[in-house]
Design a protein around this ligand. Structure first.
Ligand SMILES: Nc1nc2c(ncn2[C@@H]2O[C@H](COP(=O)(O)OP(=O)(O)O)[C@@H](O)[C@H]2O)c(=O)[nH]1
Ligand SMILES: Nc1ncnc2c1ncn2[C@@H]1O[C@H](COP(=O)(O)OP(=O)(O)O)[C@@H](O)[C@H]1O
Length: 204
């Protein structure tokens, strides 16, 4: 049924549909950064939500592209001022998403890809129940440990924290609308791209 309000909205300047939110989560080392980078290259029109974090930058990571690396004080000021659409402590560091950027980007009609943890996903779903949630599973915990060591960006203590959290995170997979197992990289990339593509077509 079309209401007068729908018709008015459809005829106004905002005739474009608002953007959609795609949320990707995974235990550390499952391959979500690799897969998100591939999808960003494939769909340059998809806006990537660059998170704010108190974690130190890894070699090769760029401020403003991978994350905004900020101090704990700046992050806590953001909490006090209500700047975060969601935020969480993950593996001992704080991570958050700019509420203003999300609102402006969706209002401009752009779809958003977010790489956030399971706690952040719950918060976003409370505000945006239609967000499309995707969980990336590693083939096994043994493979996960191997990938974290091969990546070579974390010391053994950081790897141990990430592996200890992985079991708990993987138990949350059933809360997600879709699950992609990242065994073969090309296959997983194709599966993630297809989910984004098909969700886009379904709502047009
Ligand atoms: N809640 C929340 N989690 C985030 C955000 N940005 C990143 N994360 C999550 O924080 C965790 C650690 O990310 P990162 O430090 O890049 O380490 P990695 O998972 O080992 O590559 C991952 O689960 C990310 O999905 C954010 O803005 N909010
Ligand atoms: N399908 C895959 N097969 C083998 N290695 C992979 C695969 N996907 C990712 N990797 C590697 O595993 C490591 C962790 O991937 P990364 O994308 O950093 O994970 P996350 O962002 O989930 O922590 C990286 O060294 C990456 O190159």
């Amino acid at each position: 049924m079309t209401t007068a309000a729908d018709t008015a909205a459809g005829q106004g300047a905002a005739a474009q549909r608002p953007g959609r939110l795609f949320i990707v989560s995974a235990p550390s080392g499952a391959g979500k950064s690799t897969l998100c980078s591939a999808v960003r290259r494939r769909y340059p029109q998809l806006a990537y939500s660059v998170s704010y974090t108190t974690r130190k930058a890894r070699p090769g990571e760029q401020h403003g592209q991978d994350y905004y690396f900020i101090s704990r004080e700046a992050f806590e000021k953001g909490i006090a001022e209500g700047q975060w659409a969601e935020w969480a402590r993950v593996h001992g560091n704080l991570y958050g998403t700019s509420a203003r950027w999300i609102a402006d980007t969706l209002a401009a009609g752009r779809d958003i890809l977010m790489d956030i943890d399971v706690q952040g996903t719950r918060q976003i779903l409370q505000k945006f129940p239609d967000a499309i949630t995707i969980f990336i599973q590693p083939p096994s915990l043994a493979v996960l440990a191997q990938r974290l060591r091969q990546r070579g960006t974390d010391d053994e203590a950081a790897i141990a924290t990430r592996l200890a959290n992985a079991r708990e995170e993987m138990a949350q997979a059933r809360q997600y609308r879709h699950v992609v197992v990242n065994d073969d990289l090309a296959r997983a990339e194709q599966a993630l791209a297809a989910l984004i593509q098909n969700a886009g077509e379904a709502s047009r």
